[in-house]
Ligand binder design. Structure first.
Ligand code: NAD
Length: 370
């Protein structure tokens, strides 16, 4: 029996608990059929935690996240808590976890599965087979740089200030994550900044270039300005393998890339921290979608983004590539069989609920994993 792995499961609000329930069935299947047993702790975060305890995440939950091998997060938020101030919002739960666990590398795959090729707004021949990975630095850059704020000038007008700041260690650690990923994929990394107009971008380019030459000569490194990258991603997205970029450009480019796939309910993500002395690294996995209050409670949410987030967890926290692949294949096969939740519905397919979709994935896992 494989050794137990500690997971902290945080379903959150809205559709979070609905889609997380389906992951529970996959975890049960893993224990039954793949002999992989997880020690699972579950806790409340977000609006649910605000209702119960008055805060978005409790310190003991953060501590449990620190002790876990990986955190599987659902989604938080909803209209009920929209009027709260920024210091009280449900979203603080995820921001607190990112900060406290030092989760600096946000990995967002943008993959177009064959059965969903028509879900994109781009032509099928441009995006068929798309498989890119965007690595976004997520704890630095202009969202955190000082000075920041709004000041009143002597003439009574105002000035808003934010500062893009990156140090070489910050650039190196996120670039390392991206180089390592590229090595396991097609061996190509594109580093994105605005070195033509920003000093911090020039430092980014020089640092990534030096790191590539010193430690990753086997990875084909290219550089691109962020504006050109946005254009290239729409023109010919398959030219990319792994992209690494800062917080601001990564925010925009990863949203753009995910929409190339046309299906929010399908997209997972991972956020990784540094490898520690004992070889462990903090990591949090979550779908990119939110709590979808418009469909919460209706049993129609697509559980696949959450399931695929669990597959990423297996791959990146436990090196269980084969298990991750089986889950990914099961999702693709179920879609190919014509079962669809409403968000990815297409003519000729059968519209099913969250739980029917979850059951179909587990049935497919039975076929693939036996
Ligand atoms: P959203 O991602 O929740 O929903 C956008 C649209 O996509 C909605 O129409 C929704 O029904 C649909 N959708 C999303 N996930 C789906 C799924 N799995 N299956 C089928 N349809 C799906 O974004 P939003 O409406 O802008 O935000 C709603 C709430 O979620 C807000 O409170 C927001 O702050 C929060 N949010 C949380 C996170 C997070 O927890 N990390 C991320 C984004 C938004």
């Amino acid at each position: 029996m494989a050794s137990n792995k500690k997971l902290l499961v945080l379903p959150g609000d809205g559709i979070g608990p609905e889609v997380m329930r389906e992951v529970g069935h996959v975890i049960d299947w893993m224990a039954r059929r793949r002999r992989a047993v997880f020690d699972i702790a579950e806790d409340i975060v977000g609006g649910a935690c605000i209702d119960a305890h008055g805060i978005a995440i409790r310190p003991e939950t953060v501590q449990r996240a620190r002790e876990a091998d990986a955190v599987l997060f659902g989604s938080v938020g909803g209209p009920k808590w929209d009027t709260l101030g920024f210091d009280k919002r449900p979203e603080l739960s995820i921001l607190t976890l990112r900060k406290e666990l030092g989760l600096f590398a946000n990995l967002r795959p943008a993959i177009v599965l064959d059965p969903l090729v028509d879900a994109s707004t781009l032509k099928a021949d441009v995006i068929k087979g798309l498989d890119i990975m965007i690595v976004r630095e997520s704890t630095g850059g202009i969202y955190f740089g000082e000075p920041r704020g709004v000041e009143t000038l002597p003439d009574g007008t105002k000035r808003g200030i934010n500062t893009e700041v990156y140090t070489t260690p910050e650039i190196e650690r996120v670039a390392r994550v991206a180089f390592e990923l590229a090595r396991k994929r097609q061996g190509r990394l594109c580093s994105v900044e605005k070195a033509n107009v920003m000093e911090s971008g020039l430092l980014w380019r020089q640092t990534v270039t030096a790191l590539g030459a010193a430690e990753y000569p086997d990875v084909e490194l290219s550089h691109m300005y962020a504006d050109n990258c946005a254009m290239q991603m729409v023109r010919n997205p398959r030219q990319f393998d792994v992209i690494v970029t800062g917080n601001l450009f990564g925010d925009i480019l990863s949203d753009l890339a995910s929409m190339l796939t046309g299906s929010l309910g399908m997209l997972p993500s991972a956020t990784l921290g540094a490898v520690q002395g004992d070889g462990r690294r903090h990591a949090l996995y979550e779908p990119i979608h939110g709590s979808a209050p418009d469909i919460a409670g209706k049993g129609i949410a697509n559980p696949m983004a959450q399931m695929l987030s669990f597959a990423m967890l297996l791959r990146y926290s436990f090196g269980m590539d084969e298990d991750a692949l089986i889950i990914e294949r099961a999702c693709t096969n179920v879609l190919a069989s014509g079962l669809r939740t409403a968000d990815v519905m297409a003519p000729g397919c059968a519209k099913v609920s969250t739980s029917v979709m979850g059951e179909a994935v587990v049935r497919e896992l039975d076929k693939l994993g036996s």
